[in-house]
Design a protein around this ligand. Sequence first.
Ligand code: ATP
Length: 629
Amino acid sequence: MISAEEQSRAEYKHGGREVKGNSKKVNQSLNESLDGEIQAFLIDEDQLHTYDDLTKVNPVTQTTVLKCLQARYSMKVFYTHAGCTLVALNPFQPIPDLYSLDVMKEYHCAPQPQEFKPHIFIVAEEAYRNLQGQMEPVNQSLVVSGESGAGKTWTSRCLMKYYATVAASSSVVKSQDTVDRIERRVLDSNPIMEAFGNACTLRNNNSSRFGKYIQLQLDRSQLLVGASVQTYLLEKTRVACQPAKERNFHIFYQMMKGATDEQRKEWRMPKDQQFVWLPNAEKTLEEDCFQETLEAMVHLGINAEKQGQIFKVRYHFLQRAAGLLGVPVDELLACLRVRTLKAGKQSVLKPCSQSECSVRRDCLAKLIYAQLFEWLVTFINNSICADNSIWCNFIGLLDVYGFECFPVNNLEQLCINYANEKLQQHFVAHYLRAQQEEYVSEGLEWSFVKYQDNQNCLDLIEGSPTSIFSLLNEECRLNRVSDAKKFRGRLEKELCDNANISWDKYSQEAHFTVAHYAGKVNYQIDGMMEKNKDPVPRELIALLQKSENPLLHQIFADKDTENAKSKGLSKVTVVSKFKNSLESLMKILHTTTPHYTRCIKPNPDCKPLTFQKEEVASSVLHTAIWTDF
Ligand SMILES: Nc1ncnc2c1ncn2[C@@H]1O[C@H](COP(=O)(O)OP(=O)(O)OP(=O)(O)O)[C@@H](O)[C@H]1O
């Protein structure tokens, strides 16, 4: 991949146009001249922190941009503009007064907030004023991106708090009980979703294991009257299998540590138990705050009885004990040990091997966890969503996983990186084209910025008729035992014309490599088809429908009706579902005015106030920011 510095050099003074003739001499003198200018710029070290917009750095190269960010970080200035993107460096320590009520008011009341120091509140206020101005497109989207631990969730919380303060509707209704205040309920959705959807990983103690899009609903007077949440790709495999040194979802540890004696008695949950599925329970985390989760649940209307039902299910499947799920023990064991195969109208019973039994048990746990999470999100939405007649505009907040490239990547990373490709394309389409067109229409002198068009990569992943997704789906439909090597062969045969896919001829592993806009990623094929099928044995669903736990009963009864209505729903693959939900999201984004915030993790160990250039450099490259220059 071409480095940013090389790119800068190539485009330097040529407005992105290629240097015709490509003479070595010209390049050499250009490089020397650029080096000279970089040195000249950096000589004024004391001034580097004053650049509050990285596009004003001259010349814009990786070195100069990094030096400015580093200088600002060391002065405890964490926000910097990069054209139309806000760059947020994570301080990894609370910064007193940076987000106080007074600061919010200052930005909100300023005649020109953009003249203030760069801050996430500028983004928030700009979106709010756009909405007030009712300029098309009126609805706004705040897209928060960055790698794990960069600060997306923190930023989203800040934005929500900002609107819950400056657009508070309840302040005008003095008599309203604070418990019922909509702003509070909207904010209370955070600790609940984080308890059930976040976990401690190697990269972040409070890592969101799902993506979310929150629509803050505003009425004609631009007051916050409700919200709705859409979630994406919950990492449900974590329930039954946690990567080494990582943990399960917070909620398990919260309840095991934080339940009162009374709650333990009611949920039949003894103290100090250890579970295979709860590794690293000894770790003390700020997030293990059960009573806060419970309080938030109460505010949203999840009463003690429902809480009991939720926590009983949670606890009982930790125990991996059958009867406690409210289903007959012998029936559950039978379901786990014997598979029912359908052959026409006939059913054939086939005993499972021990490892198959474990797979079925894990499948049950994942199914219950994912369905409960979905139920919770629906409950939250019912509690915070305003009636359609009340709200007329929205500010959407998107917090999704950033680009991922691990030593081993599989279907999850493919989906996440596909989502990032979509967002990158959205960014390019909305900003660069709009800006360039604006310059042309105003007759301003402009230089053509060459940007990477990632359509080819998107065609490779999701295109029609043949793409990685279509071939994966086809393989899953064939309903045969998947063979990774054969699948690699198919990909090679069908997609060899696309320059964005390649293979390492010498690798023993069945894999493929995709050249994403942010870099190349190697995907392991083994297990990918199975993950895409995400099979749920029918017998397990049928069994859970008989559960005496009213919550489980309700959740799976609904599922049944759903399946009956739309035949074959259970056959919808993971990538198809994800593609559809992403397409709906992109449709919404395209009808809004977008605002981009890029969070950056300045060191891999989450150390306070520590800036490592290599870490920031790779983050900057993985983003749309670079395109912004
Ligand atoms: N602006 C900030 N000020 C102080 N601390 C911060 C700030 N932003 C982030 N942090 C710290 O960094 C940690 C990681 O941030 P956060 O959980 O928001 O990352 P993330 O990008 O959402 O990660 P993931 O993708 O894993 O969910 C937070 O728990 C918090 O301690």
